[in-house]
Design a binder for this molecule. Sequence first.
Ligand SMILES: Nc1ncnc2c1ncn2[C@@H]1O[C@H](COP(=O)(O)OP(=O)(O)OP(=O)(O)O)[C@@H](O)[C@H]1O
Ligand SMILES: [Mg+2]
Length: 356
Amino acid sequence: MTTTSRVGSSLPALDEPVRRAGPAGEGSRALVDGTGLVGRASEWAGLGAFLDEATQDGAALLLTGEPGVGKTALLSATADRAVAAGIRVIRGGGVEYESDISFAGLHQLVHPLGAELALLPQPAREVLEAALGFGTGPGPADMAILHAALSLFAEAARERPLLLVVDDLHLLDRASWYVLSFVARRTGGHRLGVLAALRTGIPELPEHLRLPEMPLAPLAEADAIRLLSRRFTGLPRRVITKVADQAQGNPLALLEFGALASASRTTGSGPPGPGSGPARELRADALTPQELEVAELAAASLPTKEIAARLVISPRTVSSHLYRVFPKLGISSRAALRDALTDRQRMTPAGPHRTR
Ligand SMILES: Nc1ncnc2c1ncn2[C@@H]1O[C@H](COP(=O)(O)OP(=O)(O)OP(=O)(O)O)[C@@H](O)[C@H]1O
Ligand SMILES: [Mg+2]
């Protein structure tokens, strides 16, 4: 990657309010209710270098990390940064209800390029139109689709650098996954960037993308405290330290637990932590359905491997769920799980709250 940050030098520092870029043309709104991102200085610098490289000779980058660690936040801030630097940005991403529809993800990226599509040589245009369901011809061969998509993005990047920003790759339909990885590995020589985000711990992905990776670690403790102090100005230092400890640097957990701590202070029930009260109940309700399943099996003393086998997920995913469940329940060991879940059921007479 280049180290001279042409794009980076014209951009706001990360501590200044960062704006979230919506889908192209949608305008911007403040990130995290008007606060900027905290920490991530080295990632921000790396993303600046990535944008430089992408706009000069093409580049691809994959942000990876656990749920809530801040992949989307960084993607959005970078998309905005790119727009400010005059780069055309097209955003897309995997969505659960479209993950079984072939080329649904590719459609999001091609749709804004209608004018460029019309200018493609007829064979490539027809191939893409047929693949995306606009055309009437027979389904084209895979290789033809891959090449046609690359031609379209490369052609679009000729006039103005183009950045494709694709979130939640784990939810992308397989057909689009292959197209995206093909394009991302062939950005060289075009002013084309592919910036994508993928959750870690997801089993059964089609193939490794083999792209340069930027793994996002949880925030350092000082940044976690900074995030909480900026976002929840009324919280005393003692509570902030406790919340930071429970959230273990995960920004989503920091925001959720910080909100709970603020709420419980307003209702006079004290800071969150093991114990009863609305904070505890809300924390328990914040478990996702799969976290709850994992927690219930772990509370029944099943070892990680067996939980993984029963739920058909990897042991690593089990661990990462538990890693999030413990702070959510305000506990620090498996031994405390059973009590925490029993308390939860007592507080919610209808039983576990399962929404899928
Ligand atoms: N560095 C940061 N500073 C302040 N807030 C942050 C930071 N990183 C993330 N956040 C906030 O934390 C929350 C979770 O972040 P985000 O949605 O980006 O996580 P994610 O990694 O994309 O999670 P998922 O895998 O579930 O999509 C968001 O509200 C986001 O704005
Ligand atoms: Mg995300």
